[in-house]
Structure formats: structure tokens, C-alpha cells
Design a protein around this ligand. Structure first.
Ligand SMILES: O=c1[nH]c(=O)c2[nH]c(=O)[nH]c2[nH]1
Length: 294
């Protein structure tokens, strides 16, 4: 029997690097997978790990390199990593670095702040129409509108019990994927049309996300929903479901590097899930609480 092709490494390192130039922030968001090959017969056959650079180390290297070298482009970053792995250890012969880059577009707001982003690649627009022969109910919405504020978000003053470990923070990344459904008061098309109405609601959601100095995602949610109710007279009710896409600062101290709010691990799950309905005064809540099924 012989051992055929084999490779190993850490897959899907979700890394977010924020570069701050005064109030203008820049963001690089990558999914980096490392696969190494080399003298790996022993680890498979005899169990000796002497030639193994651990997958944990490859993960750490990705995060440390983001701090030390920055991320000029996915290609440049991948080249740096591959060269490091292959030239650093004689037992590693080749490296394959796969990178997906998620592009973010700035949310332009009046004023000097430039730290709010919406992920490129459009969200999904949704609509649900009910008609029972007399009454209509028209609910529009969107899902997977991914947004991020690289500052102006804090979270402090919450309950601490014996299981609480979360440190208070005065400056964190706030990121979410907006899922929203809003119910129209009328049963006919808004004067400017459904497309215009959709664009308006989307714009107000984004503007409120960008404008709010956030003390919690709950507070940001309320501002987003109430802005739509306030600015869109044809909408009576909006329900928002906002996953809190946690960005954890990576501890780079073990590598002698200071992480000055620059390099984050974008966690996939679990995530906080913040949901609420905001209603116009006097309106009845009719959007079902369970939003996952349209
Ligand atoms: O904005 C937040 N709201 C919470 O309820 C919460 N809980 C938590 O762990 N982090 C956060 N952040």
C-alpha cells in the first residue's frame, strides 16, 4: 500500500483587516484557505508529527501577516503566504492559498464620517401578496443586505452574572445582514411605483445604519425601522431580523504584535440574533414574527 496525494492546512480563515486614515476607513474582507504539501509520510504512517507545521499555526500566520504586511490585494497576500510556508520549512514543499474576497462599497453619507459599508453583490428583494377576494396585504422586503460599521459602535452596561465573560467595549465593529419586511398601508402601487418605494426603504435602512452611533444592535435596529416608518408614509409596519455578525479582535500578542483594532476574526456562528417590529401609531402588527418563511 502507498500513501497517495495528500495535503493539509486551515481552511476558511475569515479575516477582516481595517485600515484607518483618520475618519476614512478601508476594509479588506477575505476568506483564506491554506493547503500545504511536503514530507508528510511519517505523520500518516507512523504518527510522528515532527514535520508538521500545525494548521493552527497556518491560521495564526494568516492573521499575523495581515497585521505585519497589510492586504494590498488577494493575490499579493496569497503570494506572501505561499512564499513564507514553502521557503520557511524544508519539510513543506508546496502551498496552495485560496482566497475569496468579499467587496464592500462605502455608504456615502453627508459629513466627514467614512466608516460605513455595504457589501457588494446585491441583496435579494422579496415580496408577498395576499388577497382573499376583498382585502389585499402587500409586504415588501429584502434579505442578505450585508452592512458594516468599522467604528461608532459600543456595547457596555449589560447584565453580568456568573456566566458572563464578554468584555465591555467602547469601539467595536458592528456588522449585520439585514433581513427586513415591510407592510404597505395601501393595496395599490405607491404613486412613484413599487421599484421607487423599494429603493427608498433600502436607502433609509442604510442611511440609518450609517448615521447611528450604536449603543447596541437593538438600538440600531430601532433607528433603522423607525426611519423607514417616518420617511415612507405608505409603510405602516416593518419587521427587522439582524444577525450580529461578530468580529473578534485577534490576539496578536503571542507574536509580539500589537492589534490596534486592525485585524479581526469574522465569526460565522453562533451569532446574536436581534429581531423586532416597528409600527406606525395605531397600526396593527400583521407581519408574522417568524420571518424565515416568506
Ligand atoms: O448589540 C448587542 N446586543 C446584544 O444583546 C448583545 N449580546 C452580546 O453578547 N453582544 C451584543 N451586542
Amino acid at each position: 500500500m502507498i500513501l497517495g496525494q495528500n495535503q493539509y492546512g486551515k481552511a476558511e480563515n475569515r479575516i477582516v483587516r481595517i485600515t484607518r486614515e483618520g475618519s476614512t476607513h478601508h476594509i479588506k474582507d477575505l476568506n483564506v484557505s491554506v493547503a500545504l504539501t511536503g514530507d508528510m509520510t511519517d505523520v500518516h504512517l507512523s504518527g510522528s508529527n515532527a514535520n508538521v507545521l500545525t494548521t493552527d499555526t497556518t491560521k495564526n500566520t494568516v492573521f499575523a501577516f495581515a497585521k505585519e504586511h497589510g492586504i494590498a490585494s488577494a493575490e499579493e497576500f496569497g503570494i506572501l503566504l505561499a512564499r513564507h510556508f514553502v521557503t520557511g520549512l524544508p519539510t513543506i514543499h508546496s502551498a496552495r492559498i485560496r482566497i475569496e474576497e468579499y467587496a464592500w462599497e462605502r455608504i456615502e453619507t453627508p459629513g466627514p464620517k467614512r466608516h460605513s459599508f455595504v457589501r457588494e453583490g446585491r441583496e435579494t428583494r422579496t415580496a408577498q401578496i395576499r388577497f382573499d377576494g376583498t382585502a389585499w396585504e402587500i409586504v415588501s422586503g429584502l434579505k442578505d443586505l450585508t452592512v458594516l460599521n468599522s467604528t461608532d459602535s459600543e456595547f457596555t452596561g449589560y447584565v453580568k452574572d456568573r456566566y458572563t465573560t464578554l468584555p465591555e467595549t467602547r469601539d467595536r465593529v458592528l456588522a449585520t445582514q439585514v433581513h427586513a419586511r415591510w407592510r404597505h398601508s395601501g393595496d395599490s402601487a405607491p404613486e412613484a411605483g413599487w421599484d421607487h418605494s423599494y429603493r427608498q426603504a433600502r436607502e433609509h435602512l442604510l442611511a440609518a445604519f450609517a448615521d447611528t452611533y450604536s449603543l447596541s444592535l437593538q438600538q440600531t435596529l430601532y433607528r433603522m425601522g423607525s426611519r423607514v416608518i417616518e420617511k415612507c408614509p405608505g409603510i405602516d409596519e416593518i419587521r427587522l431580523s439582524l444577525p450580529n455578525r461578530h468580529h473578534f479582535l485577534v490576539d496578536l500578542e503571542p507574536f509580539g504584535l500589537k492589534n490596534d483594532n486592525e485585524v479581526y476574526y469574522a465569526a460565522d456562528r453562533p451569532y446574536g440574533l436581534i429581531e423586532a417590529t416597528i409600527l406606525r401609531d395605531g397600526a396593527e402588527p400583521r407581519i408574522p414574527v417568524d420571518m424565515t418563511n416568506l
